[in-house]
Design a protein around this ligand. Structure first.
Ligand code: C5P
Length: 332
């Protein structure tokens, strides 16, 4: 069997409303999420009988392999596939897998790189085993692996609700002029990894927005996208979206050095700056990808000559990204 290769995209939350805490300690969310062309690369191949799953990573350090969601996804996929595997008359369990993961997405950054790796690993494992699982079983395995994992099964922009397990794909921008590079997204990730549980705990402890604007902005954006929104209309909304993250005050409470950093980004870019998920990745929207590329170059220069001081032991990760959206069909 050949190598199975998958790209595992990063995501940002254009909106993130925390609706409340649930009896299980998780939080009910309402969030419009979009996948980006910044992606980890996962390659998977089956190993001989008697082997165990292995994982080799390069790039950003994802921490201990044993905790890695790729290995957890393989184990969960194997449990889910064991019944159909035997029912098909195949001996033993689906074989062990060797994985290579090139981490190009910063870790603990609010970009859901680990969750995306898990979704890619689930898919790659099934292909490597020549197995299919119905959408419901895949979704159940994804939800068990983590709250952000089901989003990556959707393969495009989506509304995420509940704990993250209720995913509704949403149509992306009308693109009448066929310029699929719109809008551009500038990502800036300072090297201060943030723990998602710690940020939710800070929200629980009261680090919250007093105004309930995120929910309204999130519901409104989802409605507008469903009705067919033009790219320009999205960039006009950038300031509202940038402030529509209920976890932002909690992220800033956990890492106060982000407060002056965000201010500096606003000053240097002249843009509204949003925070993705539980942070610390900051984003800004541009009318086109080339404009985001120029902004990324300017910020890198500002880091190099000391005009932008960033928290963390390393310089921030700065990149221009595109939103991955299904290309609209012209005959519809
Ligand atoms: O589901 P996952 O393990 O990725 O979530 C990481 C942590 O984020 C959880 O342990 C929980 O503290 C928090 N979380 C939450 N509500 C959500 C999603 C995540 O409280 N909807």
């Amino acid at each position: 069997m050949d190598l199975v290769v998958r790209l595992a995209p990063a995501k940002i939350n254009l909106t993130l409303a925390v609706l409340g805490i649930r009896p299980d300690g998780y939080h009910d969310l309402h969030s419009v999420m979009v996948p980006l062309d910044v992606a980890d690369r996962l390659s998977v191949s089956p190993l001989p009988p008697g082997s165990v799953d292995t994982l080799h990573t390069t790039g950003f350090d994802p921490g201990p392999a044993a905790d890695n969601l790729v290995l957890r996804a393989f184990a969960a996929a194997r449990r889910g596939a064991a019944g159909p595997w035997r029912a098909a008359g195949r001996a033993g369990d689906p074989p062990a897998l060797a994985a290579r993961l090139e981490k190009r997405i910063p870790v603990a950054a609010g970009l859901a790189g680990g969750s995306s790796d898990a979704a890619a690993a689930l898919d790659a494992a099934l292909v490597a085993w020549d197995m299919e699982l119905d959408a419901e079983t895949r979704h159940a395995i994804a939800a068990e692996l983590g709250s952000d994992v089901p989003f990556f099964l959707a393969g495009g922009p989506a509304l995420s609700e509940g704990r993250g397990e209720r995913i509704t794909p949403i149509p992306w921008l009308r693109d009448d002029d066929e310029r699929h590079d719109r809008p551009g997204v500038l990502l800036v990730t300072p090297a201060v990894p943030l723990s998602t549980p710690a940020v939710f705990r800070a929200w629980d402890a009261g680090a919250r927005n007093m105004a309930a604007g995120a929910r309204q902005a999130s519901v409104h954006l989802a409605d507008e996208l469903r009705r067919g929104m033009a790219s320009d209309a999205l960039t006009v909304r950038a300031a509202i979206l940038a402030s529509a993250n209920d976890l932002a005050p909690a992220a800033l409470a956990v890492e106060p050095a982000l407060v002056p950093f965000k201010r500096a980004l606003m000053r240097l870019t002249g843009r509204a700056i949003g925070i993705s998920g539980s942070g610390p990745t900051h984003w800004a929207l541009y009318a086109s990808h080339p404009e985001a590329v120029v902004a990324a170059q300017e910020l890198r220069a500002a880091v190099a000559d000391g005009r932008l001081a960033a928290p963390g032991a390393r310089p921030p990760f700065i990149v221009a990204a595109r939103i991955l959206a299904p290309v609209p069909r012209r005959d519809q």
